[in-house]
Ligand binder design. Structure first.
Ligand SMILES: C[S@@+](CC[C@H](N)C(=O)[O-])C[C@H]1O[C@@H](n2cnc3c(N)ncnc32)[C@H](O)[C@@H]1O
Length: 195
């Protein structure tokens, strides 16, 4: 196996088995209720989608990578996960109607998006009035390189919060929290309207 393929296989494996703490942290931070409808943008193998579905009425994972979606479906079937669905799409183009979600989140995904402003506009379109957006990234130290750089610094979190405010979201707050052995940044915000 080439180095590139080995790296991808290890990355996918770590996403499939190692994202439980971050998924639980974002579900707690979102204060999900049984009425919520969650859309996870860049869902990968879908750990956070299954976590959401155990708290709320429906959870949809969206990802441009068909191999990720196949794995998400396979794991969900093996675990008999309920209320989950999967769609091919990208942050800039999610094949769901306007106002179809009460919560949109993106875990370790937004740093991959080529056009983040289009992703925020799409999140606003998907959210019903009062809906919440949560953007989660691994906290990385300034100057990190390679795999360790896949995330954001505390300064990057402040810039992300400013970006979301600029994109029209309100009540923007950034917090650093523990997820297992890692520290993650959760930037939370909302669109106006009844919650
Ligand atoms: C590091 S993985 C994180 C997966 C999952 N959210 C998790 O935490 O386990 C990043 C995911 O973002 C997806 N992705 C890449 N570009 C994207 C885009 N433009 N829009 C949405 N998702 C994207 C990738 O296919 C991949 O599944």
């Amino acid at each position: 196996m080439s180095r590139g393929r080995l790296y991808r296989a290890l990355t996918v494996l770590s996403m499939a088995v190692g994202r439980g703490p971050a998924a639980r942290a974002v579900a707690a931070s979102a204060k999900l209720s049984s009425d919520d409808r969650v859309v996870d943008i860049g869902c990968g193998p879908g750990t956070a989608v299954r976590q959401a579905a155990s708290h709320c009425s429906s959870a949809t994972g969206v990802d441009p990578d068909l191999a990720m979606l196949r794995l998400a479906r396979w794991i969900s079937a093996a675990r008999r996960a309920r209320n989950v669905s999967w769609l091919e799409g990208s942050a800039a183009a999610v094949p769901l109607p306007d106002a179809s979600a009460t919560v949109v989140w993106a875990l370790s995904s937004a740093h991959h998006w080529p056009e983040r402003a289009a992703g925020w506009a799409e999140a606003r379109r998907l959210l019903a009035p009062g809906g919440r957006l949560l953007v989660v990234e691994r906290l990385t130290p300034p100057g990190a390189r390679g795999h360790a750089a896949n995330g954001i610094t505390e300064g990057g979190a402040d810039r992300l919060a400013a970006e979301l405010a600029e994109a029209g979201f309100s009540r923007v707050q950034a917090e650093v929290t523990k997820a297992g052995r890692r520290r993650i940044v959760v930037v939370k915000c909302a669109i106006p309207g009844a919650a």
